[in-house]
Ligand binder design. Structure first.
Ligand SMILES: [Zn+2]
Length: 456
């Protein structure tokens, strides 16, 4: 049998079933069915419900009188939409056929040949238990992908997030139509997002009438000794809001000489169309930065004529946090030996869990003289503020160290009273630097005026 014959049979089947419908339903469905194509007719034929066997036989008994003699009643099909919310319970003891609401359980007499299904529809309109239809937008795979890339960027997640088993399971639970993506797709989406945002910012800079201040720093990643350069831009927009944007985080080619760094930065500035809008560069006080800025100034002057403000006299701003760091590190170098016993005491306690435990017992013994506070911390040579933290905490536990020395014969480096006094004095000296550094590093908009009270 060819496809055309199969279609013809399907249409005939559908028409026969259509004739079979009760009058009410037929009327309701007529318009819709006329418009449906052959495939729809086939599908409808397949999905129609049939009444349960028991109800069917009993119903047949009650309607027997109206049937011509000798003709078996055909199985009546319940095609109305209301049967998605009602279930036929068949003929009950009073001889009436009923349908039961799927939500509240209420039973209503049905006789579709005489009453139709309007009263069932009316019940569904007012049924107190029927869940309200939620106007939910259809699943859009593109929006799903955009949201996934947004999650990865916003929460700083690995691209593997898109493949996390439990995340996928939850997505599928929330929407069975959800199509998962692999991490390569997530990478492509995130990069596309970056390109879109970059283009937007480029347009902002193109329209920007004022100048832009830049900050740059260099890191070396220890395992690979690869150098990275970060360039940020700060500018005041037309609404007088201060904006800070990271323009580049790129590999800085070795060696990190002034010339190499200058050409990397020039490339970035050209990429963003900002080479003629430079106001200042804030940099660490390193010598290669001095030569870098000299080269940069020369190149920018060539590119923009006499475009630098005051001929670039104030272009180089030296990073305040870095200068502070250098000052304090130099000062602490002189006091290094003075803090020897305090540092060794902290190191002694932190050397093993047993010692930490016995030190905790000492703290309990002298408890009224020690209130609250965090544990001991040991300093590291590269961060002077770690020395300040170490001193603050060790000074607080002075009584506990003295208690430990009285019974722990291995503990030999208990600081003398003079050591503790010197430690307290150094701590006092470092305090304003610690406060200033916190202001400079943590303030959303650090300003020189915030530091003046501490420098007096
Ligand atoms: Zn109901």
């Amino acid at each position: 049998m060819d496809l055309e014959s199969l279609n013809t049979i399907a249409i005939l089947d559908a028409q026969r079933e259509y004739m079979d419908m009760n009058e009410e339903d037929a009327l309701n469905e007529e318009n819709a069915l006329n418009e449906e194509n052959e495939e729809n007719a086939m599908r409808e034929g397949e999905t129609e419900m049939q009444e349960p066997e028991q109800g069917d036989t009993q119903a047949a008994g009650t309607t027997q009188a109206t049937q011509p003699q000798g003709r078996q009643p055909r199985k009546r099909r319940l095609t109305s939409k209301v049967w998605e919310d009602f279930t036929s319970v068949g003929v009950e003891s009073d001889g009436k056929e009923r349908g039961q609401c799927n939500y509240c359980g209420k039973k209503l007499v049905i006789n579709t040949r005489t009453h139709g299904t309007h009263h069932l529809s009316r019940h569904l309109d007012t049924c107190p238990e029927k869940p309200k239809a939620v106007d939910r937008p259809a699943y859009d795979h593109q929006i799903d992908r955009e949201m996934t890339s947004e999650i990865i960027i916003y929460h700083d997640l690995p691209f593997r997030y898109a493949e996390y088993e439990k995340v996928r399971a939850k997505d599928l639970y929330l929407n069975p139509d959800c199509k998962p993506i692999c991490r390569q797709t997530a990478v492509a989406d995130v990069f596309r997002r970056y390109e879109i945002e970059k283009e937007k910012l480029r347009n902002v800079f193109a329209k920007h009438q004022g100048r832009v201040c830049f900050t740059s720093d260099l890191w070396v990643a220890l395992p690979t000794t690869m150098g990275y350069l970060c360039l940020t831009a700060s500018f005041i927009d037309d609404d007088w809001r201060l904006n800070n944007k990271v323009l580049a985080f790129c590999v800085a080619r070795c060696p990190h000489t002034g010339g190499e760094l200058a050409s990397t930065i020039i490339e970035c500035l050209k990429d963003w169309g900002l080479e003629k809008k430079v106001f200042s560069f804030t940099l660490d006080n390193a010598t290669n930065n001095d030569s870098m800025l000299r080269i940069l100034k020369g190149q920018l002057q060539m590119m923009s004529g006499s475009g630098l403000l005051c001929d670039g006299k104030f272009m180089h701003v030296r990073c305040c946090a870095h200068i502070l760091n250098l000052i304090v590190k130099d000062g602490l170098e002189l006091a290094k030996n003075l803090l020897h016993d305090i540092r060794e005491s902290v190191r002694y306690v932190k050397a093993s869990p047993q010692r930490i435990q016995s030190f905790a017992a000492c703290v309990e013994r002298v408890r009224p003289r020690i209130t609250g506070g965090a544990d001991l911390s040991l300093d590291v040579s590269t961060r002077w503020n770690s020395t300040y933290d170490m001193l603050v905490r060790a000074l607080k536990f002075r009584a506990a160290f003295e208690s430990m020395a009285s019974f722990d014969t291995h503990y030999k480096t208990l600081p003398s009273a003079a050591d503790w006094d010197r430690g307290a004095k150094i701590c006092e000296l470092l305090k304003p630097f610690s406060v200033i550094t916190k202001i400079v590093l943590r303030a959303p908009i650090p300003e020189a005026i915030q530091l003046i009270p501490f420098l007096e």
